[in-house]
Design a protein around this ligand. Sequence first.
Ligand SMILES: [Zn+2]
Length: 406
Amino acid sequence: MRINSSNETPLQNTQEINTSKATQSSESLHQDVMRDTAIRESLKNPTSLLDHKARLSGQFERSKSDFEAKKLRQLVDEALPTTPNAAAGGAVVTTTDVTRSAAFSRLSSSQRSLINKTLSDNRNNSQLAAQFKEMIESPVFSRLSSTEKGYSLNGLAKNIGALSADILQFTQTNSYKDFNRMQKQQGQLIIGLLSADAAQNPSHNPMSRNTVLALTTGNVELGLPSKVELKREGFTDADLQGLYGFAYENTMYFNVYRPGLLDSREDMVRTAAHEINHVLNDRTNDTEYDTPERALDEYRAWYVENFAVGINPPSVDYMQGVWENFFSPNAGYDNIREVYVKDPAFRKIIDQIKTDLDNGKVTDPEAFRKSLASLIGKDPFIKNPTYLTTPGNLDNTLTTSPRRAE
Ligand SMILES: [Zn+2]
């Protein structure tokens, strides 16, 4: 869950956080990847990008080491923004290539206008025409209803830089298929936003890209609950002012009623990365809200969401805000605060984290996890020791096979 107590400030003003630190050197990774000739050659084949992705994802799922997995993931990422045409050394796709295509002539007049206007407003973006062409010529697109085609085109038009492949792949998930019309429209805008962010910001990856893939592959389902459903979950009106999203079992939910959330790309990216991190870390006993495991699960999610906006490690100020939001008397998470109050062994670790923060040192989630693991057998508040002995998923890498609809 991503929530602030309503009167809290440090976490709301995330724009002030220094974004200059890149997460890793993508340059060295890139060079390692390019030594892999066989895969490089396969990327030159001008087959559909969705096929590339499916094939490479398959290799990725089977690969044993994390490093191999990262290399393959990087390849997928590099393959996607490039059109088959450009990858084969052909000419850049122009506006005319789109508007004179047979697929364009089959669109409704409002859909044609949307594409024309978007291309005209973004003349200097050489990738946009290719993305539109790829979308309207895709077999997946051709099977959508006219209304849904509009949603997908809108997802691309409203999020310049988004990848057609992400938006269309999302239409194949159970989440999308179960959505009503309004949710489908909103879902396509959200996927477009996340896709554009990952494609345009190398420093946000692999976290930002992994977060999109979790949703477009259906590994994590997307929930867009109505206000009635949120109330049924027990959230009050006051909660809905502070709540960004939450995770339950295999689904991440956005609170689209939080004022301004849908208009803030940073909050959307952070929230998606945060909630998907909860799902991928698979803390099985969701009902145990007052445990050290829950505190770790939240701490890690708040920490690693920074990676999705290019910050690693998070600043001392930011983590001071997280600490206050968890353990101070006006905490946004009252259950976590409760463990702190009643569990002296846990409190000792938490107080040390605070002392370290006051001295300018940030505790990373794995160090926190290991400290908590040292309490196993001694601390009756620990309900799920395995959770504390399992290394955390820190970058939203997918570890299970994609779940697909059909
Ligand atoms: Zn959370």
